[in-house]
Design a protein around this ligand. Structure first.
Ligand code: OGA
Ligand code: MN
Length: 294
């Protein structure tokens, strides 16, 4: 069957059909995916009936796996999934819906703020792979923003102003924005703040984009209030409807996005009634496929 790549939003989301990544991870197939990610930024592969092992193996073709450090579990609570998988669900380790007071519920709230995965880690985080294992009947979309087009459309004076600026990113900032939890010192110590450039040049495409996220708290070298105001202004610009797309999940969709040029967020659903079991893998560094091809 031939592989088809069909844009489903104005400019930055495409659907890839005719490819089952469990069966075909040939350089040609991986090349189609990676080139679509370069051209668009988000790709949707329907009907990928993945096991955890398969999701991990597929992800590893595109870079080095990063590991999930913490899911807001209380001391003594076990992870539901193995550490290669980020648990983007409303479920506990017995696969039941999280209790109302469960700390993990609060932790997940921050995913509903616009963000870029792992911008709070000093690593070259590239792609995220989100697998829809159980999707609720309504709600629970994932929204995306195209940070390349948003950058391209900035007034020239703003491009000049932000060209060399850097922002401080911390996971604790987004967690606090989302309503806060009593973070333990041992949790905080695992992820200190990092500094990221505000404008990034994509190493594969040469395109510039803005690096924003709810993890970003201030801008280096300017006052905290001025920094926050500038971040808010840029974020409002990037979140204009023309740069956005909302993905409505179908069970077994695999959605892959490039964190270097997008932001995303989850949207609400009736999370006390329905299960939403999403599993994410995330990679960093150059892809093995690109390395093999080079
Ligand atoms: C993620 C994420 C939002 C969602 O998987 O990184 O932010 O739709 N997901 O649950
Ligand atoms: Mn995310």
């Amino acid at each position: 069957m031939t592989i088809s790549v069909t844009p489903i939003s104005d400019a930055f989301v495409a659907r890839i059909e005719g490819l089952d990544l469990r069966l075909d991870r040939s350089p040609a197939a991986l090349g189609v995916v990676e080139e679509a990610l370069d051209r668009y930024a988000v790709v949707v592969l329907p009907a990928q009936n993945l096991s955890d092992d398969e999701q991990i193996e597929i992800s590893k073709c595109f870079g080095d796996l990063s590991y999930a450090l913490n899911h807001g579990r209380a001391v003594g609570q076990n992870a539901r999934l193995r550490p290669e998988l980020y648990d983007i669900s409303n479920l506990d380790e017995k696969h039941g819906i999280l209790g109302e007071a469960d700390r993990r519920r609060q932790w997940r709230e921050a995913d509903k703020l616009w963000h870029t995965d792992r911008s709070f880690i000093d690593a070259d985080t590239t792609y995220s792979f989100l697998s829809g294992r159980i999707v609720p009947p309504t709600g629970g979309n994932t929204d995306f923003a195209d940070m390349r087009r948003a950058y391209d459309d900035l007034p020239e004076a703003m491009k000049t102003r932000i060209a060399d600026l850097q922002a401080v990113h911390s996971i604790w900032h987004s967690r606090a924005l989302a309503g806060g939890v009593d973070f333990r010192p041992d949790e905080i110590a695992t992820m200190p703040p990092v500094v990221q450039p505000l404008v990034r040049v994509h190493p594969r495409t040469g395109r510039r984009s803005m690096v924003l996220a709810s993890h970003a708290s201030e801008i280096v070298g300017i006052g905290p209030e001025e920094g926050r105001a500038l971040l808010a202004e840029l974020t409002a610009f990037a979140l204009q409807p023309r740069y956005l797309h909302s993905h409505v999940w179908t069970q077994r969709d695999l959605v892959i996005w490039d964190n270097r040029c997008t932001m995303h967020r989850g949207t609400p659903f009736d999370d006390k009634t329905y299960r939403r079991d999403m599993r994410r893998t995330t990679v960093q560094g150059p892809s093995r496929y690109a390395r093999a091809a080079a």
